[in-house]
Design a protein around this ligand. Structure first.
Ligand code: HEC
Ligand code: HEC
Length: 454
């Protein structure tokens, strides 16, 4: 009896503890706040699962080499590629910086999706460069070229008169192997995002995401929110998109397999074709039959599903609490949905029925001209248009500086800090941005303190 009481007490205690917002990933939240804070499996991952995680980790971090080699499990790089390892763009499971401080070559972690508008208005992958620009290549094959950035300064001010400066990136493609990209090309820059809590995002119930979608803006709040519908090669049908800056990938398995082939040049049973176009004859000639096995792709996928989210810092600080109030008052939460209880469909128990705090609605929003890929409005990733982006989760943002040594945010890393990330908001988030501009300085600072505590 006493024992039962004690057990009940501990159960209630731990239940309450982990359902607090201090633990964004619920019971699996990691308590480590070192530079490795993003690299832990969900708390409680033991035994065989832990070994799977470690194997996945090793194939995520390790570099791939040209085939044939003495390490056949890790060869098959290229013929064209962006980087030789996953970690090159997701360093320490964090995010890339994307852009340099001043005009110059872009960072390896920034990749470019390419689309071409056909005469009949149809949008296809670029005929000569494919769906993604790959600057690098193995010996005997031409890399596709180089990308430089030239910044343009945008000046603005808060209602209280304080001024700010934003740096708008303009991308310049040089040394192009197959000639000019052409006027009908749509370029979409994307920086490698952080890898934490992805298995939990995958396990958010579809009905909970659909509930917040409001494509026609029926409630008239100026915020619509659409789901992306994408073709799943696994399920051979259209399903809800969840991953990537435009929610263009339906699952971590497909996202990872696409990353292997698109970013590193490693084919798999899901994507067996190398990224060589009909004009890239050298690429075609040098391609190898070296795939990542289904088994190892699964290990990498389990790795990405199990990465935890760190515990909140300064959670009880009154200014953090006041910043959270400001966040809700000025409608940031209209898209950055604070919380969900995950579903129960994952094979990993620690991902099921967890109260989580990711701060995303997983929906696409028109974010205005300044963030758009192109002034021409076309669908350039499944249902997502050139103006639309998926609300990114905000958990972990405050640790990027420690882990990755920079504070760059947004889809191409153009925001140099959290304040700038908000200042770039437009389109459906225009009102929230304008509310931010009207805040008094101490409220603005509290809001940033709150974001840093996530
Ligand atoms: C050249 C840089 C680069 C490399 C290398 C790279 N990624 Fe990524 N990764 C990105 C970018 C950019 C995105 C966002 C893609 C998009 O918007 O479609 C991304 C997105 C992801 C996501 C989805 C995250 C989310 O929040 O939606 C996962 C998972 C992922 N990558 C896994 C991998 C794996 C596994 C590898 C190695 C096989 C890898 N990545 C290699 C740049 C990279
Ligand atoms: C209409 C929906 C919407 C509203 C309202 C909104 N956001 Fe966002 N937020 C987004 C989207 C979409 C992005 C990604 C845009 C991009 O990368 O181009 C984003 C990006 C961010 C980022 C950068 C995240 C990252 O991973 O780089 C921060 C920080 C952020 N928002 C904070 C806020 C705050 C604070 C507010 C309230 C002032 C707010 N947002 C209001 C949709 C919204």
């Amino acid at each position: 009896m006493v024992r039962n009481l004690v057990l009940t007490f501990f159960f209630v205690l731990s239940f309450n503890t982990y359902s607090s917002e201090k633990f964004p990933a619920g019971a699996g939240t990691t308590l480590d706040l070192s530079v490795n804070a993003f690299s832990h499996p969900m708390a409680g991952t033991r035994g065989m699962l832990r070994r799977y995680f470690q194997t996945g980790n090793s194939f995520f971090k390790g570099a791939w080499v040209t085939a044939p080699s003495s390490t056949p499990l890790r060869d098959g790089l290229g013929p064209v590629f962006n980087a030789t390892s996953c970690t090159a763009c997701h360093f320490l499971d964090g995010r890339g910086r994307g852009l340099p401080d001043t005009d110059g070559p872009t960072d390896i972690s920034l990749l470019f999706r390419l689309r071409q508008i056909k005469e009949n208005g149809e949008v296809i992958e670029h005929e000569k460069y494919g769906g993604q620009f790959q600057p690098h290549s193995i010996e005997g094959v031409k890399g596709e070229g180089e990308v430089f950035v030239k910044f343009e300064t945008i000046i603005g001010s808060f209602a209280d008169g304080e001024t700010y400066e934003l740096k708008k990136p303009n991308y310049i493609f040089r040394k192009l192997s197959q000639g000019k990209l052409g006027d009908t090309t749509i370029i979409s820059p994307r920086v490698g995002p952080q890898m934490i809590g992805l298995g939990l995002l995958e396990n958010i119930k579809e009905e909970d995401i659909l509930e917040k979608a409001d494509p026609e803006d029926r409630d008239g709040d100026g915020i619509s929110g659409r789901v992306n519908r994408v073709f799943s090669v696994v399920e051979q049908r259209e399903v809800l998109g969840r991953f990537g800056w435009k929610a263009g990938k339906p699952s971590l398995l497909e996202q990872n397999a696409a990353a292997f082939v698109g970013d590193i040049g490693i084919t798999s049973y899901l994507f067996p074709k190398e990224e060589c176009t009909y004009v890239q004859l050298d690429c075609e000639e040098k391609k190898t039959k070296s795939d990542i096995s289904k088994h190892l792709l699964n290990r990498v996928t389990e790795y990405t599903q199990l990465l935890s989210v760190p515990v909140r810092r300064n959670f009880d600080d009154p200014r953090v609490k006041s910043g959270q109030k400001v966040f809700n008052q000025i409608s940031c939460q209209a898209c950055h949905t604070p919380s969900y209880t995950t579903g129960n469909q994952s094979k990993f128990k620690v991902l099921n029925n967890q109260k989580i705090y990711p701060y995303t609605d997983m929906l696409l929003h028109d974010m205005g001209d300044a963030l758009a890929d192109d002034i021409r409005e076309y669908k350039n990733e499944a249902q997502a248009t050139t103006r639309e982006w998926r609300t990114p989760p905000l958990w972990g943002l405050g640790l990027i500086k420690k882990i990755n040594g920079h504070t760059r945010f947004l889809h191409d890393g153009r925001a140099r800090n959290l304040k700038e990330a908000i200042l770039w908001h437009g389109g459906e988030a225009k009102e929230a941005k304008e509310n931010f501009l009207k805040l008094k300085k101490s409220d603005r600072e509290d809001l940033i303190k709150f974001l840093r505590s996530l």
